[in-house]
Every structure is written in C-alpha cells, then in structure tokens.
Design a protein around this ligand. Structure first.
Ligand code: GAR
Length: 203
C-alpha cells in the first residue's frame, strides 16, 4: 500500500509528535510513514523522541541561522532530500513564509491549541493561547487541526475538539487538559485522514 512520507516540524517538547509516533506504532497510521523530524531548536526534546523511535532528525537552529529565509531554504532542502510529501507542524513556533507554504501547497498541517478562528493569529502560541482563553472567561476551548495557508492560523479546518474550561484553571493546567483530551487525539487521526486522501483512496 502506498504510504505518504511525513516530515514533522517541532520546536520544543514534541508531545504531539509523540502522539503521532504512538499512533503509527499502534497501526493507526496505515497511509503514512514518518520519515523525518526537523527542529529549529537544538535543545528540543522532540529530537530525543525521534532518536528513541529511530526516526532520522535534523536541526536548523534559530540561533545559529537567525535569518528566516536561510532557515527555510535549509528546511526545504532537507524535506526534498528525504522525499517528504506531507509536512506536519507540531509545536513549530516559527511562522512560515508564503514562499515556503507555496512549495508544499495543501500539504502542510498545523495544530493550534484553541477553537479557531478564536484565539489564533500572530502572538497566539503555546501558553499565551491558554492565558488569553482564561482572560476572556470563555467556558469552552479546544484544539484545531488545519491546513496551513499564507494567513496565520486561518487555513481550512480539518478537525476540532472542544474541551471544558474549569474553575481554578491556570494556563498550565488548561494546556495539559487541551493536549490530553483534544490535541493528542485529533492530530494523529487528522494526519491519517489527510494521508489517506493524498494516496487517492478517497476521491
Ligand atoms: C501544543 O499545545 C500546540 O498546539 C501548540 O504548542 C504546543 C506544542 O506542544 N502550538 C501552537 O501554539 C502553534 N501556534 P508539543 O511540542 O508538546 O507538541
């Protein structure tokens, strides 16, 4: 069976990357194959996860290569060299340029820790998102998987799951709940669904 070659891009802990690795291990990613992990932070724990899983990994460090265009050129070269057909952003904290996105049009996914279009766009990343959710006083938040387009966090939505905001939540507590109840569940499923579509099995 044809498998779509997936490259995952991370900047930090990589728990979403781990959820996708676990799904693959459990046979829940039959139409995809993780071929590469790329990080823009040399200390990202995601690199350790790749090592443990035997996935080839490379770093294009933000500190060593501060120019975004130069970093993207290196990233694109690595993606091409490894035959990546789908790019999965999993806690990748750099906004990609329109040129980069055009090179993988319709083939870049992202997970965002809120129910887009709320609490998205520039400046809304990581814990900042959960801080804003708590400040707004909303009672429901969640996570969104979407295609990446030139407009930040505004591409077509693939999957969403709602999560309750509880009395006494801190940004850290809420982040953990959103990850456990939504992100780690919907991201592997969405990756498989997109891979299945890309293999042409669903027309
Ligand atoms: C996740 O909550 C992800 O949704 C978020 O960063 C965290 C990364 O955690 N992404 C964004 O905020 C993107 N704008 P992880 O490295 O453990 O997967």
């Amino acid at each position: 069976m044809k498998k779509i070659k997936i490259a995952v891009l991370c900047s930090g802990g990589g728990t979403n990357f781990q959820a996708i690795l676990n799904a693959a291990e459990a046979g829940l990613l039959p139409h995809g194959e993780i071929v590469l992990l790329l990080s823009d932070h040399a200390e990202a724990f995601a690199l350790e996860r790749a090592k443990r899983a035997g996935i080839p990994a490379a770093v294009v460090d933000r500190k060593q290569v501060p120019d975004r265009a130069e970093r993207e050129e290196k990233l694109l070269r690595l993606l091409k060299e490894n035959g990546a057909e789908l790019v999965v952003l999993a806690g990748f904290m750099t906004i990609l340029s329109p040129a980069f996105i055009a090179a993988y049009e319709g083939r870049i996914l992202n997970i965002h820790p809120a129910l887009l279009p709320s609490f998205g766009g520039k400046g809304f990343y990581g814990l900042h998102v959960h801080e804003a959710v708590l400040k707004a006083g909303v009672k429901v938040t969640g996570a969104t998987v979407h295609f990446v387009t030139a407009e930040c966090d505004a591409g077509p939505i693939i999957a969403q799951r709602a999560v309750e905001v509880r009395e006494g939540d801190t940004p850290e507590i809420l982040q953990k709940r959103v990850m456990r109840e939504a992100e780690w569940v919907i991201y592997p499923e969405a990756v498989e669904n997109v891979c299945k579509k890309l293999t042409g099995e669903i027309l």
